[in-house]
Write a protein that binds this ligand. Structure first.
Ligand code: ATP
Ligand code: MG
Length: 718
């Protein structure tokens, strides 16, 4: 056994070792990226088990994702040799709460077989409740209500506890009543929504001291990773459990707090020292992940944030041949994807594995271009933390519309969208359509057409079906004559599908609209509508198996805790990154959270970080010249290498914007109506006034200004 101990402690530095060995009492490890926080947690668990301090079943360990939990389990096994049978309490907050709730469901007013509602069910239920209160569910939408309820649950507030003032804002002052009714309905349905999992567990603990005591006794050791992203409910939950036994070890990094928009409270770090008396705070300063160039770039960038607890970071990883952080520009996002694709292939040919590379984007719509490129190149890829672009709900819906136009016999597509947006076509109507289609062996749309000539459908349903079929006929007539992009846009507009998401107040809605725009944009790359549809079905068909060597594609938010040899960070443009919505909605705080996201992004890289931005981006169907992200100017010059674009179309990068290829610009898109971008103007203004965090002159904006085509008030000025 002594030998074992040496094995897993041997590689640790003194601070890490202290964090592993200080088993009694509260411990907070506050440390920057790549300093081994997660490794400390893993080793700590291994240590606890191998020293016989507790059985695996007596250790509570919380990770941010299920994937992280699986990995941790695996590593613990590696450390102590052989299998760790059962670490039943290693998982996310939610998975652990489900387990507790199932055991004591009746105390929370549920049966142990309770179901967990998905978002659709949740919204349907909320809508019923809103309507039952006699409220206009168009004005007071279920989605808005869902996000309000969610924020209450993130703060562990039951209906009784919601402050009066806050609840009044929704539903003509009925917010609280609606919330109470929603909770009651859930209980009758024997169901819980996602937020309930924590809320109910907390209520359960508060109302049943004996149950709480049981868990306090059970959990000899508690560990939490990514502590900076816990919300209030999670914090309260943890504090309840730790009252009996303060062996809590939390690890986190305030600079990586990136879920403020979902209710995470970085203040939980400050609360920890206050609430867990005698907490030992350990700082880790040595970074084991990244080269000194990468680390310097990330540290310098994050130093522009004001609200920080402050940390220093160093690395011994002084490789004289190490690459600097690269910054490259490209003409547009398509070229950005092409260049990155080329670089990936170049690395591959030098023996690098795809598994060691990742592309981290700010917004999911950016993935589309990369996915298309990978398919063209035949590179395996996987999307982490979310669906692939073409598998997203809104993209599947849109594609279903397109398929119905191109292939009228596509029943699956028809069924998918027949009542999306809501047209009042219920199951009864669809049953009749189905019946006829089956009996006559004809496609559903044809059956629907026949039924419109009869009395079988209710008059209202008949009118709706007729009008939908007329729409499809019209769109079909336009396939031959209209440019595919235009047609795609018209279909989504005239069907009311785009409008459905515009009306939607949920947090995901703007991202979905962006994805739809990106889809429409992508149609423009094809000569025919059919060509586009075929392309998508080919893309959808490809899926890298778990064992395949594949490059990872994900949002910056999903990249937390991960590391890769090479990391590509595309789309560093004002408005996209930092994201305009974050700036608009949360001002300075929003900007700082975006900067932390940039810090998370860069610090994922071990050897190579390659940042890029496109000089032009098509936004709302119009080409706009972009402003390079202010974050680029916040990188330390000494550690960055600016890559001049290779001039594949003459003069790009060399001869000012005259030679930048205005001709290419012209033959690419008839965009004479382009208007100078608001983002550009904003940047100009804030730069000259020195406000908005855009102080001084921008190296990159200057370059862009020199090189890029400038558009003013509807005219191309070259
Ligand atoms: P993040 O903040 O990104 O989650 P982290 O602080 O959790 O990072 P880890 O992922 O635990 O950092 O560690 C980063 C890398 O450094 C890992 O590859 C890990 O194996 C390695 N590492 C950590 N500590 C040591 C050590 N003492 N010796 C060698 N390698 C180490
Ligand atoms: Mg970690």
């Amino acid at each position: 056994r002594a030998h074992d101990v040496a094995d897993y402690l041997g590689g640790l530095n003194p601070e890490q070792r202290e964090a592993v060995l200080t088993l009694d009492g509260p411990v907070l490890v506050l440390a920057g990226a790549g300093t081994g926080k997660t490794r400390v947690l893993t080793t700590r668990i291994a240590h606890i088990i191998s020293q016989g301090k507790a059985y695996p079943g007596q250790i509570l360990a919380v990770t941010f994702t299920n994937k992280a939990a699986r990995e941790m389990k695996h590593r613990i096994g590696d450390l102590i040799g052989g299998n760790v049978e059962g670490m039943p309490w290693l998982g996310t907050f939610h998975s652990i709460c489900v387990k507790i709730l199932r055991r004591h469901a009746e105390l929370a007013g549920l049966k142990s077989s309770f179901t967990i509602l998905d978002t659709d069910d949740q919204l349907r239920l909320m809508k019923q409740i809103i309507q039952a209160e006699g409220l206009d569910d168009k004005r007071w939408t279920a989605r808005t209500f869902a996000s309000i309820v969610d924020s209450w649950k993130n703060r562990a507030l039951t209906p009784e506890q919601v402050p009066e003032g806050e609840a009044r804002a929704f539903g003509n002052g009925k917010g609280k009543k609606l919330y109470a009714e929603y909770q009651e309905r859930l209980s009758i349905l024997n169901a819980a929504d996602f937020g309930d999992l924590l809320l109910h567990t907390i209520t359960l603990f508060r109302n049943n001291p004996d149950v709480l005591a049981e868990y306090q006794k059970r959990f000899r050791y508690m560990l939490v990773d990514e502590y900076q992203d816990t919300n209030i409910a999670q914090y309260l939950w943890l504090r309840l459990l730790a009252q009996g036994n303060p062996n809590v070890c939390c690890v986190g990094d305030d600079d990586q707090s990136i879920y403020g928009w979902r209710g995470a409270e970085v203040d939980n770090i400050l609360r920890f020292e206050h609430d867990f008396k005698g907490a030992k705070v350990i700082r880790l300063e040595r970074n084991y992940r990244s080269t000194s160039n990468i680390l310097a770039a990330a540290s310098h960038l994050i130093s522009h944030n004001e609200g920080r607890l402050g940390k220093t970071l160093f690395t011994d990883f002084e490789d004289p041949d190490a690459d600097r952080v690269m910054v490259a520009s490209s003409w547009d996002s398509e070229e950005e994807a092409r260049t990155i694709g080329d670089e990936i292939e170049a690395l591959q040919s030098k023996g690098h594995r795809l598994n060691d590379m990742a592309i981290l984007v700010r917004a999911s719509f950016q993935m589309r271009e990369f996915e298309d490129r990978f398919v063209t190149l035949g590179l395996n890829y996987r999307v982490i933390g979310g669906p692939k672009f073409y598998e997203r709900m809104e993209i599947r819906d849109a594609m279903a519309y397109f398929r119905c136009v191109a292939q009228p016999a596509d029943d699956l597509a028809f069924e998918r969208i027949v009542n999306k947006p809501k047209r009042g076509l219920g199951e009864a109507t669809m049953k009749i359509v189905h019946g006829l289609a089956r009996a006559e062996r004809i496609p559903m749309m044809e059956a629907a057409g026949i039924l419109c000539q009869t009395e079988e459908l209710r008059p209202k349903a008949r009118t709706v079906v007729k009008s939908l079929l007329t729409d499809f006929d019209r769109w079909r007539d336009q396939v031959e004559t209209m440019p595919p992009t235009e047609l795609a846009e018209i279909i989504l507009d005239e069907s009311g599908y785009t409008e459905m998401w515009r009306q939607d107040r949920s947090a995901e809605a703007p991202g979905r609209l962006d994805n739809l725009k990106e889809l429409v944009r992508s149609v423009g790359e094809f000569e025919t509508f059919a060509g586009f549809l075929e392309h998508v079905s080919l893309v959808m068909d490809r899926d890298a198996g778990v064992d395949d060597d594949a490059i990872s594609l994900m949002t910056l938010h999903s990249a937390k805790g991960l590391e890769f040899d090479t990391v590509f960070l595309p789309g560093w443009e004002e408005g996209l990154f930092p994201h305009q919505r974050a700036l608009d909605e949360s001002g300075r705080a929003g900007l700082e959270e975006e900067r932390r996201l940039a810090y998370v992004g860069i610090t994922r890289a071990k050897h190579r970080a390659r940042i890029s931005f496109a000089v032009n981006r098509r936004i709302h169907g119009m080409w706009q010249s972009t402003v390079p992200s202010r974050f680029l100017d916040e990188l330390p010059e000494d550690h960055v290498e600016v890559i001049e674009p290779n001039s594949s179309y003459g003069g790009y990068g060399a001869g000012g914007f005259g030679g930048y290829g205005a001709s290419r610009f012209d033959n690419r898109d008839p965009f004479q109506s382009t208007y100078s971008t608001p983002g550009w103007q904003r940047a100009q203004r804030s730069r000259s006034s020195g406000s908005g965090g855009f102080e001084g002159r921008s190296r990159f904006a200057e370059r862009n200004h020199r090189q890029g085509p400038k558009t003013i008030e509807g005219e191309l000025v070259a």
